[in-house]
Write a protein that binds this ligand. Structure first.
Ligand SMILES: [Fe+2]
Length: 681
């Protein structure tokens, strides 16, 4: 085997020593010959100096000469490191030629050459053969056909006016050009961090502010070029201002079903109200003012600003019409047929919690829920607590809540409750249960200004910590629903997560207060002919989901008081049903033990809680001695209704899209049965 040093061949003059060596150890040609030979001792010496990079195993040669001489042979080079051969027995004469050919072992290089020589008798003639070597082609080529497109350029993106009130419009204008007018006509697309467009693909759409704050509106123009880098973008900033404080009016039902007309107004004085044709001034419940914030959970804190006057008037029983601010107030019906139940409705802005996109009605759908519930024309609304959720400022990197009001003043209350719930507050009187978000260290100041049904007083304002023991614990009251049903409203806003020990000096006052309130609830429910619904914020014998694990039961502090006061039943006698919120899901729970069935309706708009286990582990008791035998649940946005059908109530859980999750009824033996149970997905 011989390796070429380069792709050319040299002939080295043949020496006697080389020829001798070559004759003894050189390649061993095999030959064929024609024509007469003259063995007159004449020969040629052929020697090639070969290079690395190409390997050959053999070479062939053909000698032709005078008199028709022809000799061909193949030289075996497989064991050789150099080509050196003497070819003898060639008749003396002139006009010989030799041609040599070889191919590398990998077949990629072919070499060939020839030379002329004469042969002299008894002499070895050196012959030079130049080989021309050619590599086989290794590469091909491609033909690239290119095309060019000139990308579009936005010339301007404008907004007029650049500042607008929430709910009002801004005219947007876009202008762009495309130098080569292709490949397609220009397309315009507008996006915004909040707000809505009448047509986001129009060149000049109308934009409407939906939430206060700075809105980044971006115009993108494309010319049909599929390259994502070919489009052009330009942004314009629009400032959406909160609408000026506006009056809101509603009716809240207090103790004994007293219908209390309420108005909040930016005016310093209260409007007049006309009841059955008689006009009178509403009373100032609390004047506008700014009070020091009570909590340090919001950082930075700011004072609670209430630039509105809260007005009220308790309507006479049996009033048939009440008009304020130019429209009729919803008055209580003598025998309500349909009650909407909602809970946990605000938009969560709190450090340490996921930030809810308050400007996105998909992610915070309370207004949709309120509108859907209002469209059902309820006679009564029961809110099971937690109205206010906007405690901390929306961080700069959270686009979904930019510009939201925060902390505990009126602006946050307006955004979380009064504005989104306007249609539902116009539809029916409300029963308002207090949630833990409305305890004094949180939104308690607004609770007493706006929603609580008792007279406003300094010791029931949450303004001073000295009065928290009074303001955070309030006596229950009953709201009749026709002659056969009532809702007992129970304040658990400050209830803690650990059991209360009546022998502990710190726990004892709270234990005793809750025990007294429970007994009052028992007194309110003393008539066995009235179906009594116990409505409080925290689940008691219902469940709290634990992500990835078994759920836990209700609020431990209350349960410790209840189990002591009413062993086994936990509730006073004659309580037929319990209604809660706080856990952000829907639950219907019944028991084989003697406990009133429970509903949870905490899916009214705030971020939902993790789903309860599926299948639900009925072996998990919500409280000692309580054995569940039916659970229906789902963690989707929606609301509940209870509607009279014949002599009983039908309880339905609705999803936001109007579909019914389950429909439940109570038997005469107080057994809850639902059309769908378990996980209602
Ligand atoms: Fe809550």
């Amino acid at each position: 085997m011989i390796k070429f040093l380069r792709l050319s061949c040299l002939v080295i003059p043949v020496t006697g020593a080389l020829l001798a060596a070559a004759a003894c150890s050189g390649p061993n040609p095999s030959s064929s010959e024609s024509a007469p030979s003259d063995t007159d001792g004449a020969s040629i010496g052929l020697s090639l100096d070969l290079a690395s990079g190409v390997t050959i195993d053999s070479a062939t040669y053909t000698i032709t000469g005078p008199g028709g001489f022809t000799r061909s042979a193949t030289i075996d080079l497989s064991t050789s490191t150099a080509l050196s051969v003497v070819i003898g027995g060639i008749p003396a004469g002139t006009g010989y030629s030799i041609s040599v050919a070889t191919t590398s072992t990998d077949g990629l290089v072919s070499c060939a050459g020839s030379a002329s020589f004469n042969v002299t008798a008894h002499t070895t003639t050196a012959v030079t053969v130049h080989l021309s070597c050619h590599e086989a082609p290794r590469t091909g080529s491609v033909q690239v056909n290119g095309g060019a497109n000139v990308c579009p350029v936005i010339d301007s993106a404008g907004a007029s006016p650049a500042e607008a009130l929430v709910g009002t419009g801004v005219h947007l204008s876009g202008a762009a050009h495309d130098a080569d007018s292709g490949p397609s006509a220009l397309k315009y697309a507008w996006t915004a961090t909040s707000g809505v467009f009448d047509s986001a693909s129009a060149q000049n759409p109308l934009f409407t502010c939906t939430a206060p704050g700075t809105v980044n509106i971006t115009l993108t123009v494309t010319d049909g070029d599929p390259s994502p880098t070919c489009s052009d973008n330009l942004s314009v900033i629009v400032t959406c201002d909160p609408p000026p404080p506006q009056p809101y009016s509603w009716v809240v039902l207090g103790s004994g079903g007293a219908a209390i007309a309420r108005v909040v107004t930016p005016d310093a004085s209260c409007p007049s109200i006309t009841v059955d044709g008689v006009s009178q001034a509403m009373n100032v419940r609390v004047a506008a003012g700014t009070v020091p914030v009570r909590t340090s959970s919001a950082t930075p804190v700011k004072p609670s600003a209430f630039p509105v006057t809260t007005c009220e008037l308790t309507l006479p029983s049996g009033a048939s019409r009440a008009t304020v601010l130019g429209h009729d107030l919803p008055l209580p019906k003598a025998n309500p047929q349909k009650i909407v139940i909602i809970g946990d409705t605000g938009c969560r802005l709190k450090t340490g919690n996921p930030w809810q996109a308050c400007s996105d009605t998909t992610q915070w759908p309370f207004q949709k829920i309120a509108d859907a519930a209002a469209a059902m024309h309820p006679d009564l609304v029961l809110h099971v607590g937690d109205y206010h959720y906007r405690e901390n400022a929306c961080p700069p990197d959270q686009t979904g809540c930019q510009g939201s009001p925060w902390s505990y003043g009126f602006d946050a209350w307006e955004a979380d409750l009064f504005r989104p719930a306007e249609s539902l507050m116009e539809a029916a009187p409300w029963i308002m249960v207090r949630g833990n978000h409305e305890e004094c260290l949180r939104a308690g100041q607004g609770w007493f200004r706006f929603l609580d049904t008792r007279p406003y007083a300094e010791d029931h304002s949450c303004n001073s910590p000295a009065n928290d023991d009074l303001a955070n614990y309030n006596d229950p009251y009953a709201v009749p629903v026709g002659g056969d049903t009532q809702v007992i409203v129970f304040d658990t806003s400050k209830a803690g997560a650990t059991p209360l020990n009546p022998l502990n000096a710190t726990d004892a006052p709270i234990f005793n207060r809750y025990q007294a309130e429970l007994k009052q609830a028992g007194d309110l429910a003393s008539n066995p002919n009235v179906f009594s619904i116990f409505a409080n914020h925290h689940p008691l014998l219902a469940y709290t989901p634990v992500a990835g694990g078994n759920p836990t039961g209700g609020i431990s502090s209350l349960l410790s008081v209840m189990s002591t006061t009413y062993p086994n039943t936990y509730f006073p006698p004659n309580i037929g049903l319990a209604m809660h919120g706080h856990v952000h899901d829907f639950q219907a729970v019944d028991y084989s033990t003697n406990n009133p069935p429970a509903f949870v309706a905490g899916m009214g708009g705030d971020n939902l809680d993790p789903v309860l286990p599926d299948p639900f582990p009925l072996s998990v008791s919500p409280a000692a001695g309580v054995v569940p035998d039916m659970v229906a649940h789902d963690n989707v946005f929606g609301f509940m209704t209870m509607e009279r059908t014949g002599s009983t109530w039908v309880y339905k859980a609705y999803r936001l899209d109007g579909s019914v999750m389950t429909s439940c009824t109570l038997s005469a033996a107080d057994k809850l049965s639902c059309t769908n149970t378990g996980y209602l997905h």
